[in-house]
Design a protein around this ligand. Structure first.
Ligand code: ATP
Ligand code: MG
Length: 428
């Protein structure tokens, strides 16, 4: 029979790769938890118009990349392509604003975009994201950027660069947009097709075209930074001063406009030079217009999203997958011994030990070989004799020392035995 395979652009995540994911999730939870961010879990599918309104119909995401379908009740539904629109919908629907003050939210989970799959680009991929809602203060921008750099640093990543820009407020952008269109129009025929189409609809996006010829033209374009109002300039200066004071290096990049329509003021990306074409690991910025756009009260906000597949690629380049620590490998042979081994393994786990139970029923020699490969510190052996006498043979796998003990002696003093296990692990 034909084997059914996973869909193009989707991937199973198995051991040992899963260990990288778990490490990333642990670091993220720790960093965000200490910074008082609350996790939020929103549905994976939403009404299509949430994304049309929240992301913008002229964006690549909405115009080309969404997984949209009609359900059996004739509803237009989309698998979420990103997390911000859903988080903001939830913020409004659950009236989180009514609690007053600032809400710091974070999420993680799969996102869906119909794109051409390649290294670091999938159709189902995963993001971690944060949203700080309710503060227009430049310190909020700096806080989220600093936390992104903290997470990446704690994961041990190097060769990262923070690209920073301001896209000002709506009025600044109107003025800039006019200047940009005036500059680009004479070059229209030299722009790539997408950019030609964008000239009227979404000209700022031409600045981050991936086409070489368009990029060369965009490089000479007027800079949005020359079109910022005094208020926008002040906000951006505060962001930069504070980042410098924190020792966070950044590069101004006036071509960085991000793909989404709702961004205002600060826009940023963190890129890695170790990723080839898919270099951006984190993208974010301020989106003061979105909450009102989606029907909530006027609420300034800032956030980012990190692409986890790209982090995993970087971690794989750095080191082999971390292995889970194993305390005991339990080996047994014979009916009575096998029955006893299940109970011993269960009790040891209940007492907090990590224990692998050999279920093969094969000869002791084969089981010992597996014990050696398992990474356990000690092997526990139950044969007919031990089973008869409620004993167990403990073999230290490093030194090969062994001793016979009563099972009650092991279980009754498990804290001391765990200390010995940890000592042996540290000496290894
Ligand atoms: P790109 O220019 O790489 O398409 P983007 O601007 O579309 O990125 P965002 O919408 O800002 O990306 O998403 C934030 C992050 O999510 C990206 O920086 C990237 O790390 C990750 N990401 C986005 N799309 C994908 C994808 N299809 N596969 C894997 N990761 C992705
Ligand atoms: Mg994209």
């Amino acid at each position: 029979m034909a084997i059914i395979q996973a869909l193009r652009g989707t991937k199973d995540i198995c051991a040992p790769e899963i260990a990288y994911w778990q490490r990333i999730e642990a670091v993220v939870r720790d960093c965000l938890g200490r910074a008082t961010f609350q996790e939020i879990r929103t549905p994976i599918f939403e009404q299509t118009n949430l994304f049309e309104r929240g992301i913008g119909e002229a964006t690549d995401v909405v115009s080309k990349e969404m997984y949209t379908f009609t359900d059996r009740g004739d509803r237009q539904i989309t698998l979420r392509p990103e997390g911000t629109a859903g988080a903001v919908r939830a913020y409004i629907e659950n009236k989180l604003f009514a609690q007053g003050g600032v809400q710091r939210l974070w999420y993680t989970g799969p996102m869906f975009r119909y794109e051409r799959p390649q290294a670091g680009r999938q159709r189902q991929f995963h993001q971690v994201g944060v949203e700080v809602l309710g503060s227009a203060d430049a310190r909020a921008d700096v806080e989220v950027i600093a936390i992104a750099t903290e997470i990446l640093q704690k994961l041990g990543l190097k060769n990262l660069s923070l690209q920073l820009n301001s896209v000002g407020n709506g009025e600044d952008r109107q003025k800039y947009r006019a200047a940009l269109v005036e500059y680009l129009t004479p070059f229209k025929a030299d722009l790539d097709q997408d950019s030609q189409d964008r000239l009227e609809r979404n000209p700022l996006r031409i600045l981050d075209s991936k086409d070489k010829k368009t990029q060369a033209i965009a490089k000479e374009a007027p800079s949005i930074l020359d079109y910022l109002s005094d208020g926008s300039k002040k906000h951006f200066d505060q962001v930069q001063t504070s980042l410098t004071a924190l020792g966070v290096e950044y590069h101004l990049n006036p071509c960085l406009v991000r793909g989404l329509d709702y961004y205002t003021h600060t826009a940023f990306e963190i890129q890695s030079s170790d990723l080839g074409a898919q270099a951006t690991v984190c993208g974010g910025g301020r989106y003061d217009g979105l909450v009102a756009e989606l029907g909530g009260p006027d609420t300034p906000a800032v956030g980012w999203a990190i692409g986890l597949e790209r982090l995993v690629i970087l971690l794989q380049q750095l080191a082999a997958a971390p292995v889970n620590e194993l305390d005991f490998y339990v080996v047994s042979r014979g009916e009575k011994a096998e029955a006893a081994s299940v109970i011993l393994a269960h009790k040891l786990r209940f007492a907090g030990c990590s224990v692998e139970l050999d279920l093969s029923g094969s000869a002791f020699g084969k089981q010992f070989k597996r014990a050696d490969r398992s990474g356990a510190i000690a092997c526990l052996v139950i044969g007919d004799n031990e089973a008869e006498n409620n004993q167990v043979q403990l073999k230290w796998l490093q030194t090969k020392d062994q001793q016979i003990l009563a099972q009650s002696e092991l279980l009754g003093n498990i804290d001391q035995w765990r200390q010995k296990i940890n000592q042996a692990r540290n000496q290894a």
